[in-house]
Design a protein around this ligand. Structure first.
Ligand code: OAA
Ligand code: MG
Length: 387
């Protein structure tokens, strides 16, 4: 049993939207295939993966460093103890050979993308959905019902409050009970008006989360907190710079309701610093680490260990990214749910065909691997890369 090739292609996921920090007009993502020599049900097992939106494709790093380290490793050194499957932890260590600690920048995205494909292959070789494999591995009960919320509410040219309302209404019509919109990319008066328009639209049918994408300095963060705390929000997200733990800690004096952050922390060491120094509250706040940007599930398992050490339940995690990898982790390891972008970043995000959101939850289908084969538009581009 061995990995015979790793292929990467960088694809556009561009759209005219803007958050408080970036626009997505030139956004790309890497799609990766880990090709094995294993055959299941008459078909070669290929694991697929991709990186989440927001950090661009990683073809250079994947092709120049990480792919070759795996392909050059002795194939037996990448197998599990029973020698009946690949070992994602050993593959991860092979990728990270000769990498210094710290500086978790773009390489965590490259490694996370390959790691997703490795887990997809491993679960397919085991002939199980990844969420069942993970629950078995940890000796816990899987829960195929996963909370999902609808992220959107971006700024884009010509978008007025009625378009924003229609967008949010569309999410409610599709079964979501929590929706999210961007703030911090307009004046506070404009944002207040946008928030009130959405709250008026969704009424008691749903709750609203707001996301500042790390835009605010402390003074602006506090000014916004005083405005936002007048509304019953689901959470106030990524208020200041992701590495400014002191700012995050200061916010708990000004904002009692839930806050969320972590999508731009890319290692268990950074997650640990957030819990040590960020003043996050385990009874109400949410952690949004996204394994597809942060060295993959092998690293995410270490992050969950850190959470445990600091007294945090995995149910406080609702990852960024809207991909099936985090859905599987949520269903297998008891996370609190997952993000979803109903109208964006297709075909990568979303659910297998036929999966519907009902009262804010989806039910995972019993598909081997991550479930990509059940999403026809996605598996088509994946098979174009490698079959
Ligand atoms: O706009 C983005 O970069 C995505 C984001 O923050 C989110 O989904 O929470
Ligand atoms: Mg965000």
């Amino acid at each position: 049993m061995r990995i015979i090739d790793i292929c990467e292609v960088t694809k556009p996921i561009a759209s005219p939207i803007r958050n408080a920090y970036i626009d997505f007009s030139k956004m790309t993502a890497s799609l990766v295939a880990v090709v094995t020599d294993v055959v299941r049900d008459g078909r070669r097992v290929i694991g697929y993966g991709f990186n989440s939106n927001g950090r661009y494709g990683q073809g250079g790093l994947i092709r120049e460093r990480f792919r070759d380290r795996i392909l050059e490793a002795a194939p037996e050194s990448l197998l599990n103890e029973a020698r009946d499957n690949l070992d994602p932890h050993k593959i991860w260590s092979a990728m990270m050979a000769n990498e210094k600690p710290g500086g978790h920048g773009e390489r965590s995205v490259a490694v996370g993308t390959i790691d997703m494909a490795v887990w997809d292959a491993v679960a397919k070789i085991a002939d199980k959905p990844l969420f069942r494999l993970l629950a078995d591995m940890k000796g816990v009960e899987a829960n195929p019902k996963v909370f999902v919320y609808a992220a959107g509410g971006y700024y884009y040219p010509g978008k007025d409050d009625s378009a924003l309302r229609r967008e949010m209404r569309g999410y409610l019509d599709r079964g979501y009970t929590v929706v999210k919109m961007k703030i911090g990319g307009a004046s506070i008066d404009d944002d207040r008006r946008r928030i009130e328009a959405v709250l008026d639209e969704i009424g008691a049918d749903a709750q609203l989360a707001v996301d500042a994408n790390g835009r605010f300095d402390l003074e602006t963060a506090i000014t916004y907190a005083k405005m936002l705390r007048q509304y019953p929000l689901f959470w106030y997200e990524e208020i200041g710079d992701p590495l400014d733990y002191a700012l995050q800690a200061a916010m708990s004096e000004f904002y009692e309701a839930p806050m969320a952050t972590g999508e731009n922390l890319f290692s268990h060491q950074d997650a640990r610093n957030l819990l040590r120094y960020g003043g996050m509250r385990p009874d109400r706040d949410y952690l949004q680490f996204d394994c597809a940007l942060s060295y993959g599930l092998v690293e995410y398992l270490k992050t969950l260990d850190v959470l445990h050490q600091f007294g945090w339940s995995p149910s406080r995690c609702i990852p960024h990214g809207g991909h099936q990898m985090s859905l599987n982790i949520a269903a297998g390891l008891g996370l609190g749910g997952n993000e979803s972008y109903p109208d964006l970043f297709q075909p990568y995000g979303g659910f297998p065909d036929g999966v519907r959101v009902v009262d804010g939850f989806i039910t995972m289908p019993e598909l081997p691997g991550l479930g990509f084969e059940g999403k026809s538009d996605l598996i088509k581009v994946m098979r174009d890369l490698a079959t």
